[in-house]
Design a protein around this ligand. Structure first.
Ligand SMILES: CC(C)(COP(=O)(O)OP(=O)(O)OC[C@H]1O[C@@H](n2cnc3c(N)ncnc32)[C@H](O)[C@@H]1OP(=O)(O)O)[C@@H](O)C(=O)NCCC(=O)NCCS
Length: 195
């Protein structure tokens, strides 16, 4: 038996739940997985990721874990399979504002996991943290992200023209937000009601 085979598999805690998925805090050892997801051409295009070393990403995740202005999570499927990365970042407790980040592995897209994970993330922002507003920015032609954000209750506020550059072309970005009162009006079960 190899040394690796003798190691017990690490069991991730699931401190925050969605309807189907759950969220577990991201760790520096997740860097390789996150690097793999970020290399997906759709993610690289939509989020604006350019190639970087695994070492640099690991150091960045180490900084995230110390950073009080962000909360990063792996999205776990019911069997524990990591399926993506979601985060609240730019958390400003004084103004009650934060931004949402969302990335699912290509093989786990199209099954409702993103809406579930984003709903859980907004439950954290408004039910546990004192946020008044969570915003999200995405390319105006990112139909998947716009559909997910709309399904989670986000409202489009406007368009930031020529906001980013990718492969020599400039793209417009849509700015969306979910306010506390809109989250309060949602009738779906909250994260803490899922067992
Ligand atoms: C955006 C992203 C997280 C969506 O994940 P997903 O698993 O496909 O989303 P879901 O399965 O939860 O889809 C939810 C809704 O979006 C719709 N949708 C998904 N892909 C779509 C597409 N390409 N065009 C139109 N609608 C789409 C689904 O039909 C579903 O709507 P419905 O409930 O009315 O049927 C995923 O595509 C991704 O990781 N993309 C790369 C990174 C990115 O763009 N991040 C967003 C930056 S804010």
């Amino acid at each position: 038996m190899s040394e690796d085979a003798e190691q017990p598999e690490t069991v991730r805690t699931r401190p925050w739940r969605g309807r189907t998925v759950s969220l577990t805090p991201i760790e520096p050892d997740d860097a390789e997985l996150v690097q793999h997801w970020r290399a997906d051409p759709v993610a690289a295009h939509e989020i604006g990721i350019w190639p970087g070393s695994l070492h640099e990403l690991r150091e960045r995740i180490e900084r995230w874990t110390d950073d009080r202005s962000r909360d990063d999570f792996l999205v776990l499927l019911p069997d524990g399979t990591p399926a993506g990365h979601v985060a609240l970042f730019d958390e400003d407790i004084a103004d009650g504002t934060a931004a949402a980040y969302l990335l699912l592995a290509p093989e786990h897209r199209g099954r409702g996991h993103a809406v579930d994970a984003l709903a859980a993330l907004t439950d954290l922002a408004f039910g546990e943290l004192p946020m008044q507003r969570v915003e999200a920015v995405t390319h105006t032609d990112n139909d998947a992200a716009l559909a997910v954000l709309a399904a989670a209750g986000f409202v489009q506020e406007g368009v930031r023209r020529s906001a980013c550059l990718h492969r020599g072309r400039r793209y417009d970005s849509a700015l969306l937000s979910l306010l506390r009162e809109e989250w309060e009006a949602q009738t779906r079960p909250r994260s803490w009601e899922h067992v």
